[in-house]
Design a protein around this ligand. Structure first.
Ligand SMILES: O=C(O)CCC(=O)C(=O)O
Ligand SMILES: [Fe+2]
Length: 138
């Protein structure tokens, strides 16, 4: 990443989250707010729950709306897909890499821990952002 130091967010809600995806649940295409994202898969589902991504689809200089539209139409040949194993550490540049999680199949939920690091200390969400992400402010 070329970062001299990493700082956990100074935010009581955003620092680490565990997300549970139950049968039929998914996470749609998105970019992340922070430059990069770190996850550890805690439990894999029986099937589905794949991590799909398209590297460097946009940049801070170029939102690449045409490229995003092509991905959403399912016509991007650069789409990649991985099945994370339990314990797998996934570090990716989520600000520029579009990514999603496909629907989980079976009874065993997909559990993933999501960590938020920044290259500067003291980053917090505003109360409005907290409500948007987590449904409450703290
Ligand atoms: O569940 C995952 O593997 C990815 C989670 C994610 O993209 C996010 O929390 O922004
Ligand atoms: Fe994400």
């Amino acid at each position: 990443m070329g970062k001299p130091a990493l700082h956990a967010m100074d935010d009581p809600l955003a620092r680490v989250n565990v997300m549970e995806y139950r049968r039929g649940e998914a996470l749609n295409w998105h970019f992340d707010r922070s430059e990069f994202t770190t996850t550890i898969l805690l439990q894999a589902p029986e099937a589905g729950g794949l991590f799909e991504y398209r590297r460097d689809l946009r940049s801070p200089e170029d939102p690449n709306h045409e490229g995003v539209a092509r991905l959403l139409r399912g016509e991007d040949p650069e789409l990649r897909r991985i099945r994370l194993e339990p314990g797998a550490l996934n570090i990716f540049r989520g600000r520029d890499t579009a990514h999603r999680v496909t629907p989980v199949e079976g009874d065993r939920p997909r559990l993933v821990a999501v960590f938020s690091y920044f290259d500067r200390p003291g980053v917090r969400m505003t109360p409005d952002e907290q409500r948007g992400f987590y449904g409450r402010a703290a």
